[in-house]
Ligand binder design. Structure first.
Ligand SMILES: Nc1ncnc2c1ncn2[C@@H]1O[C@H](COP(=O)(O)OP(=O)(O)OP(=O)(O)O)[C@@H](O)[C@H]1O
Length: 524
């Protein structure tokens, strides 16, 4: 036992150069450095947690090296950080003088890899063949499957045949045999998989999803996202880049990122879950318009964004919310949520204690803030469950929002001039603070309710009634006041909700992803 903890140190050859290689179970890492370097000495080091696989080198070299070492070599495949959060699978081949030493190294590395218990062995993969540029199947087969096979991960792959295929399947399938579920597609496909998994957990735990205050059962299976859609914001926000190989490597090494999920209800009826943006007003209208122009592809968002900006609608209603405890930070913080975020870690402990208390039917100790009620006319009401950073807006809607702190950043943009609204929008792209404007308010909340001024029955099919209420605001001069809609719609992670009056509640760390959040400086 004692010898297993001692470092293995040997002289091995890498590319015809003599190296000292060290496998240290205490650190735990594999490192090697040239013994007689031509220039400065470079020490390479790979944490065991980032080694993908070790393989005996087959006789595919016809080189002098191969002759010299009597064919004894092994290759270590590992995750290497490239640029801007991008990871690549690199390999290094070590040559040994004798077979026994080669075997000893391979066994020692394999033993340490076996201790990496968070790694998945068997995965359930759903591929949307029609997401994004319809490349999901090729991306998976060419870039991801070979890496899974290298890492000895077995898979059951389902290419979806219709919308909701993955979601329905997740309600039926035996999940016990899997260590994770992979979504190959965009945000819509991820949402489908997430709804399937969360729904299944609640069904198995006999929890009624229609009850807005029911504590939901957490999902223990991790979800992996292989980005292959036209919008891959969830992947970008949790990994830092939309790159299938990087995502596959995070899955293989068994990364873990907890994530909050918001439940959205209307009159005690469950509508949807959301992990990124719930937007009423501006982002709801953009979605409504963009759905009419799907034929345009991803450019429809720019087109509809511009059109919606020009139409300059505002909406009346009441927002009531319960503010989160100060220890969970503020939306105006300068620091952002990154890999190993201490605020999210603190929430992990709290959520575990809360689940234990619930399990033993102990009393809850709620320390959340008071309720606040705001009535007004809003250009936009945005609830960000994460920063919502994406390649188009690298800061995101709420740059300091957390992935797993159990909070929502509620952004209220009150009625303002077109120029002022433009100033607010432009600040999502530059260094200026988008909240530092008189007509913008931001709160960190746990739950909120929105009630439109005009009831939804009035807004839907009864046109006469709609006209009556519409006239109350603008006296019928639609073009000058810009309020030719009574109510907007909610954009819930890119999908439209059927109701404007909603109750939203955040469920701290309800799901887990194969990710690690965004690393501060990804290139060592
Ligand atoms: N085989 C299928 N046929 C049709 N729709 C599907 C299929 N599989 C999944 N879907 C649905 O397609 C929707 C969009 O998928 P996805 O997010 O992968 O692509 P996308 O191009 O990013 O989407 P969007 O058009 O919303 O930007 C999802 O909501 C999903 O439910």
């Amino acid at each position: 036992m004692e010898s297993a903890r001692r470092p293995l140190v040997s002289q091995l050859w890498v590319k015809n150069r003599r190296n000292e290689a060290v496998l240290d179970p205490e650190r735990p890492a594999l490192s090697w450095k040239e013994l007689q370097p031509k220039s400065g000495r470079v020490c390479h080091s790979v944490p065991i947690s980032e080694i993908i696989a070790v393989e005996t080198e087959q006789k595919r070299y016809n080189s002098d090296t191969w002759q010299k070492f009597n064919h004894h070599a092994f290759t270590v495949h590992y995750a290497q950080r490239a640029q801007k959060h991008c990871w690549r699978c690199s390999a290094v081949t070590f040559w040994c003088k004798d077979e026994e030493l080669c075997h000893q190294w391979i066994q020692a590395i394999k033993k340490l890899l076996e201790l990496q218990t968070s790694r998945p062995k068997h995965l359930l993969v759903y591929i949307n063949p029609y997401g994004g540029k319809q490349q999901g199947k090729q991306i998976y087969e060419q870039k991801v499957a070979p890496l899974f096979s290298l890492a000895s991960i077995t898979t059951d792959v389902i290419v979806t045949e219709r919308a909701n295929h993955a979601k329905d399947d997740l309600f039926e399938v035996n999940l016990e045999k899997y260590d994770g579920v992979i979504s190959v597609g965009g945000d819509g496909m991820f949402s489908e998989v997430m709804h399937g998994l969360i729904g299944r957990m609640q069904k198995d735990s006999s929890i009624d999803q229609n009850n807005p205050s029911a504590p939901l059962a957490p999902c223990n299976l991790r979800i992996g996202i292989i980005p292959a859609g036209s919008t891959d914001c969830i992947c970008y926000a949790t990994v830092g880049i939309n790159d299938p190989v990087t995502s596959a490597l995070h899955i293989i090494i068994g990364d873990l990122q907890h994530m909050d999920v918001c439940s959205v209800h209307h009159n005690n009826t469950f509508l949807k879950y959301s992990v990124s943006l719930l937007g009423y007003g501006f982002y709801g209208d953009v979605l409504k318009d963009s759905e009419k122009n799907r034929w345009m592809g991803p450019t429809r968002y720019d087109f509809s964004g511009f059109k919606t900006f020009l139409s300059h609608h505002y909406y009346e209603g009441t927002v009531s919310f319960q503010q989160a405890n100060q220890t969970l930070g503020s939306p105006r913080d300068k620091s952002t949520c990154q890999s190993g975020c201490y605020i999210c870690k603190q929430s992990t402990q709290e959520v575990e204690e809360k689940r234990k208390r619930h399990h033993y039917n102990l009393e809850e100790t709620e320390d959340d803030g008071d309720w606040k009620v705001i009535r007004g006319k809003f250009m936009a009401i945005n609830a960000a469950n994460m920063s919502c950073a994406c390649p188009r807006s690298p800061k995101g809607l709420s740059p300091a929002a957390h992935l797993a702190a159990g909070t929502i950043d509620l952004i209220l943009v009150r009625r303002c001039s077109r120029l002022n609204f433009l100033r607010h929008l432009v600040r999502h792209k530059n260094q200026d603070d988008q909240f530092d404007l008189a007509f913008v308010e931001v709160y960190r909340v746990k739950t909120f309710l929105f009630t439109p001024k005009h009831s939804e029955n009035e807004d839907t099919d009864n046109k006469d009634v709609r006209k009556k209420h519409f006239n109350q605001i603008c006296n019928g001069n639609h073009s000058s006041c810009g309020c030719n809609h009574v109510n907007s719609i909610w954009n819930c992670d890119g999908e439209a909700l059927d109701h404007a009056a909603v109750e939203v509640r955040v469920h701290c760390q309800l799901i887990k992803l194969f990710a690690r959040g965004i690393e501060e400086d990804s290139k060592p």
